[in-house]
Design a binder for this molecule. Sequence first.
Ligand code: FAD
Length: 398
Amino acid sequence: MDFDDIVIGSGLAALGTVMGLGAQRRVLVLGGPSDGRFSHYDERQTVPSAFLGEGGLGNDWHGVIPTGWNRNFAAGHDAGFTAMFEHFYPGSGVAERLGQPWLFVPWKPIRPRAGFAMLQRARGDRLVLRAELARTFRVPSSGVEVQSDSGTHRARRVWVAAGALHTPLLLERALGPGLARGRVSDHVGCYVGQADGLRAPRIERGPGGAFFQAWNGAWPDALYTLRPARFAFRTLDHGIEQRAVFGLPTGSAIAKITRRMSPGLLVEAFYNRFGLFAQAPRHSVYAQVLVRDAYTIAGDGTTLLPDAAAIRAATEAARAQAPFPGVRPSQRPELHIPGIHLHHSVDLEALARAGGGDPSFPVRVVDASVLAEIGPEHHSFKMMLAAHDSAASVAGSD
Ligand SMILES: Cc1cc2nc3c(=O)[nH]c(=O)nc-3n(C[C@H](O)[C@H](O)[C@H](O)COP(=O)(O)OP(=O)(O)OC[C@H]3O[C@@H](n4cnc5c(N)ncnc54)[C@H](O)[C@@H]3O)c2cc1C
């Protein structure tokens, strides 16, 4: 064998996996091409849905980590969650918040590229990082063979962390048809409305970032936040109209857009990032809502066609059951913004039939493509933890 493990992908799921595999194993990471490219939710290209390249979407994520444990797929991993959180954000006091709907907004999000660079300094030539595409893989009688641009690499195991949109494509190339669901679930952000005289959200700042108060409601698939409504955002629906236009820009686009931002949007942006201006006579109420099978996947496997009825039903339910008194409801219920929390794109039963049901099968999928249920909270850190724990348990038993 050339390696103990090959990891396909270089985003957050891949980073969690390599951390979990430990320092003793010989690991090859095939992280995607060096000239990376984005896919987007729609042709306006304001919101990215995938990044095929080093770091994946982890180059741009905001790093928000929830502690609410609402329908938590990492349930039972409290100690591991706390340990990993403390590894990145020491002294943040996260343990006492588990089970309460806080959102941790870091001063510096975890960046996979920096994480891999640090691991490589520690592990030397036991960790090989290559900016290459894995074309496909094969499962011979023992181990795996992965074909990349530079040739064939053999290992005892392959860890697939190619992201919610690229993993189904890779699995079908390698293991055969029927593994891609052709649909994918996601969160959407929606505007519930606005209310006057609410108490400002609690914000607690620490060394690594700030914890923002969030709310659960009677609708179990929604997580609610308040933001100050200032300037033109005091007008009902102006905020969501602006946000729907700007989308969620990445990296270099932010600077350009900041120059064109309205004062109301700037106030929201400063609140979201630093917790400034929380006190306000009027607040906008937003909800992050889980929409199962929100999109059909079409074309080359990265084209997303929204299921408008499913999105509308989920956001209406979240609006109707918001946990705040006196909310003036949105008059633009059709507007929403993609959550960029794509998940559940692989058919889990088909994967089990293809070999994944056997614990000794040398292929493990560790990204959000195999997460069937993430609840209403941001999932990425928990996904990284699940990948870490899966890798650590294999490394511990080999
Ligand atoms: C602007 C923005 C803000 C966000 N904020 C948050 C947040 O605050 N909290 C939160 O929880 N989530 C957030 N997210 C979502 C988060 O970024 C993603 O859930 C997460 O990064 C997904 O990580 P991943 O490793 O599963 O996949 P990806 O990041 O998509 O990485 C996939 C990797 O696989 C590689 N790859 C794909 N195919 C191949 C192949 N054939 N061969 C080799 N490599 C391949 C790619 O190059 C890439 O490195 C945000 C996203 C964006 C865009």
